[in-house]
Design a protein around this ligand. Structure first.
Ligand code: CVU
Ligand code: MN
Length: 595
């Protein structure tokens, strides 16, 4: 299939015929094959298909060969190129000079032939021409006949490829903005130019009344609706009803128009319809709704919910939670970055996280910093282990991917969050068993609905992500690596029940020690908004590389400096203060998708 974004592999060579070129042909092609195999055997697209590379049919010894290869790449949706070489080649005469690709060169670190010298020459050429390109060569010298890829080189090739493929998957796909601004949250007042210039994504605007129209006119697959409703009844256990016994004022009681015992029927339709709005559904054409069957070519979206909708209709918590999960009533399937409160910037944070990991993105409010002292005062117990320096309470207002239970098991039987294609029936059942669905708090949600309620019950490495827009700066990214922590049951209960006890909770302890991460309090204090997204794994380095490709500076992170991998020309902006250099390089280069 041509539509997947691909990486073009360019074997470059010393063009001198009569001995030099001939002696290098095989080694150069071997390197190219090895790089291709590494990428294709390791990485997958969001739909689970292995990532594809296109290998040039020939080595590139000069611009003539380069032109032929460029033509070969045309029509393959090449988002990035990786040039590989064991030898000296003629710098600008062999480089990828196509303006729209993301570029890297792997220069073999040997001494028989000077691959790393070419690499340095080419990088200076790229810097001079203003093309950011990634420089890859091994830490240790290899022998020319050693065709293995050293671990450090593998890591760099894969970090580069992951970022490029993620960018390629976003390009041209839409963010579907359902509704408008939620409760004055600035992130939900979408900046479509940010999406266009930095991510290459159109924003589609859909009014929330579209959902009501489709419910009223029956614009959904009636058979799928029955399946979804049955699945909900069989699998979504109801939890606490916090409204029970409360004597609500009339402004609340007169607002709920869908009877409480019909909520799930409404919610099942709402979930199917929102998915169809994003992605289309062939079945709609069969029942006479051709236009609706096309969808909006989405990759992500968000639902305003609060307030106008939730002031009289069941909320979007089920839809939001299930869209971002690795499974639904149809079994396993790719996750969708889908933002609560239509916080578009958190939707982007979810999208970056999931594209780099293929795991469920968890949406949360960054609600509370719990100092060790405050925990002890309230519970009588000092936090220990990873929680000893205090922790953050991550808790969304009712909707987080069910994978956040960490009920799925990895190959060793440990709690985990997994790619959808690794989710077994038992994993799905376990996530459902650890989630109950609490009737929405009518004081907030007059129209009712059900919130996904669970706790993250494992100590897992995770990365918190937040995209911000700062006037005068533009977009900037915040990253916090750390661990989810499991509190003693009694401590958990006391802290959790102080807040909204019908919502999904994760306790998070950031890794401390870097600037901005002096204490857990500092992390909460520096966070740029009320929301974050997180995914399993420490992926800060991958995010930094990807952000540099998009020309988005990273303003807060706790990634060890030896893992930071940015284009070589960023060094030309200074090496003493990497954050300042990142800012300046991103500003000078401008957004990836300039007009
Ligand atoms: C129910 C409340 O309005 C919540 O939705 C609110 O605390 C937020 O989540 C704000 O982001
Ligand atoms: Mn919120």
């Amino acid at each position: 299939m041509n539509s997947y974004p691909k990486i073009g592999i360019r074997p470059t060579i010393d063009g001198r015929q009569g001995g030099v070129r001939e002696s290098l042909e095989e080694k150069t092609m071997d390197m190219a094959e090895a790089a291709k195999a590494l990428i294709e055997n390791t990485l997958r697209y969001a739909d689970g298909t292995p990532v594809q590379c296109v290998l040039a049919s020939r080595t590139i010894g000069g611009r003539g060969d380069a032109g032929i290869v460029q033509e070969e790449f045309m029509g393959h949706n090449i988002i990035a190129t990786l040039s590989v070489t064991p030898s000296w080649c003629y710098g600008t005469e062999t480089m990828d000079l196509e303006p729209n690709t993301i570029k890297a060169i792997w220069g073999f670190n040997g001494t028989e032939r000077p691959g790393a010298v070419y690499l340095a020459a080419a990088m200076s050429g790229y810097a001079q021409k203003g093309y950011p390109a990634f420089k890859i060569y091994g830490h240790d010298v290899q022998d020319l006949d050693d065709n293995s890829i050293p671990e450090d080189v593998k890591e760099k090739i894969l970090t580069f490829a992951k970022g490029a493929i993620a960018i390629g998957q976003m390009k041209g796909k839409s963010y579907v903005n359902i509704g408008a601004s939620s409760m004055g949250i600035a992130g939900s007042q979408v900046d479509s130019n940010f999406f266009k210039d930095y991510l290459g994504m159109p924003v589609e605007f859909v009014d929330m009344t579209e959902i009501l129209r489709r419910i009223t006119l029956g614009i959904y697959d009636p058979e799928e609706y029955e399946t979804a409703l049955r699945w909900i009844k069989d699998n979504c256990r109801e939890g606490l009803d916090i409204n029970k016994g409360k004597d609500f004022p009339e402004v609340i009681t007169k607002s709920k128009v869908v009877p409480a015992d019909k909520d799930w029927e409404f919610i099942a339709k709402q979930a199917i319809i929102i998915r169809d709005i994003l992605f289309g559904n062939k079945r709609l054409a069969d029942i006479g709704w051709e236009e609706e069957s096309h969808g909006h070519n989405a990759i992500a979206g968000g639902f305003q919910g609060q307030r106008q909708w939730t002031d009289w209709l069941p909320n979007g918590d089920f839809t939001e939670a299930i869209m971002a999960s690795t499974f639904d009533w149809n079994g396993t399937r790719p996750v969708t970055a889908f933002a609560t409160e239509n916080d578009t910037l958190n939707g982007v944070s979810m999208l970056l996280g999931t594209l780099l990991t293929n795991k469920a993105p968890i949406f949360s409010d960054v609600r509370t910093y719990w100092s060790p002292e405050a925990v002890e005062r309230v519970t009588g117990k000092k936090p220990t282990g990873k929680a000893k320096n205090g922790f953050l309470h991550l808790i969304n207002s009712g909707a987080s991917a069910l994978d956040g239970t960490a009920a799925a098991r990895d190959e060793q039987g440990n709690r985990s969050m997994k790619e959808f294609w690794n989710m077994t029936q038992a994993d799905q059942e376990a996530c459902l068993a650890e989630t109950d669905w609490c009737r929405a708090n009518y004081e907030y949600f007059r129209g009712g609905g059900f919130s996904s309620h669970f706790k993250t019950a494992a100590e897992l490495p995770v990365t918190l992500i937040r995209m911000n827009l700062v006037r005068g700066v533009g977009p900037s990214l915040q990253i916090a690596e750390g661990y989810t922590v499991v509190l003693d049951d009694d401590v958990h209960k006391i802290l959790d029940e102080r807040t909204d006890r019908t919502w999904p909770t994760t306790w998070f302890a950031p890794n401390l020690g870097m600037a901005g991460f002096e204490t857990t309090y500092d992390v909460m204090n520096h966070w740029g908004s009320n929301h974050c997204a997180f995914v399993q794994g420490h992926i800060g380095a991958d995010l930094i590389t990807m952000a540099s490709m998009l020309r988005i500076p990273v303003v807060l992170h706790n990634v060890p400096s030896e893992k930071i991998f940015r284009p070589s020309m960023f060094d030309g902006f200074g090496t003493k203060n990497l954050e300042a250099a990142d800012f300046e390089a991103c500003e000078k280069l401008g957004p990836f998708y300039k007009n």
